[in-house]
Structure formats: C-alpha cells, structure tokens
Design a protein around this ligand. Sequence first.
Ligand code: HEC
Length: 142
Amino acid sequence: MVILMLIAAIFWVFYTDTIAPHAQKLQIEKDQKLQEQKKTMEENPIKDGIHVATGFAEGEGLEMVIATCTACHSAKLVTQNRATRESWEQMIRWMQKTQNLWDLGEQEEIILDYLAKYYAPENTGRRKLLTDIEWYELEEED
Ligand code: HEC
C-alpha cells in the first residue's frame, strides 16, 4: 500500500513537473499560431476581388491555389498566364515531370477549376471586351 502511494506520488510529481507544463506550452504555441494566421489574413486582405498579397483573383479554390502554387515560385508566374483548362493541366504535368511538383490528388480538380475560370485565355486579362460599340453604317457606293 505504501509503495502504491509512493508510486502515485512520484507519478503526480512527474506529471505536474513535466507533462502538464508541456501540454500547456503546446496549447500556448497553438494559440499563437492561430493568432498569427488570423493576423496574416487581416494583413492580406482582398481588395476589389484581388488577394492583395499574391495578386490572385478571389474565388473558390483561392486558398488552395495560394498554398500550392506559391510554394516554389511567385504567384505572378501563374497570374500572368492565361490558358485553357487542358493547357493548365499540361503545365501541371510538366511541373510534375520536370520540377518535382507533387501529385495534387483531389485538389487538382479544384485548382484546375479555379485556373480555368479566372485565368482563361484572354478577354479577361489585358482589357475588357468592348461593349456598346457604335458601328458606322457603311454605305455602298455604286
Ligand atoms: C514543386 C515546385 C512547384 C510548384 C509547387 C508549382 N510550380 Fe509552377 N513552376 C515550377 C518551376 C521550377 C517552374 C519554372 C520556373 C522558371 O522557369 O523560372 C514553374 C513554372 C510555372 C509556370 C510558367 C510556365 C511557363 O510556361 O512559363 C506556370 C504558369 C506555373 N509554374 C504554374 C503553377 C501552378 C498553377 C501551380 C500550382 C498548381 C504551380 N505552378 C506550382 C515549380 C513549381
């Protein structure tokens, strides 16, 4: 019985001295991380539909694209390109073959949807399509 109590006491001392503070420290670190993440989101606002820090268009899949497509190079390499879904897929395959890009798994669909939607071939990039054009009537001369 005494021995049992002794073991319990030793364990209790061990617990309060090492495990408990450690768990507390982990919790504090976790809180700090969350705080930092919140801060970066606040410091990285979206303005006029553009994620300011990266220049990516706001839309479904944005966070995944930021996490995946800015790991090796700047976002600009992506945002300055326009391509069809097939071409975006080919670019991903090319990076996988030659640049050590990992298998994107289920995320690939979401990323491709995003790229095909917001970085489609022209009309959306350099200038908006002209609308409300007043055409001249060309009169035929005989
Ligand atoms: C593992 C690293 C890595 C990741 C992650 C990565 N890329 Fe790349 N990518 C590269 C490298 C390396 C190049 C070549 C850079 C250069 O030529 O300076 C490149 C080039 C490019 C180019 C330019 C291709 C060209 O023809 O000029 C585009 C567009 C691109 N990446 C898009 C993406 C997209 C979209 C993602 C997210 C799905 C992505 N990258 C994620 C490594 C990566």
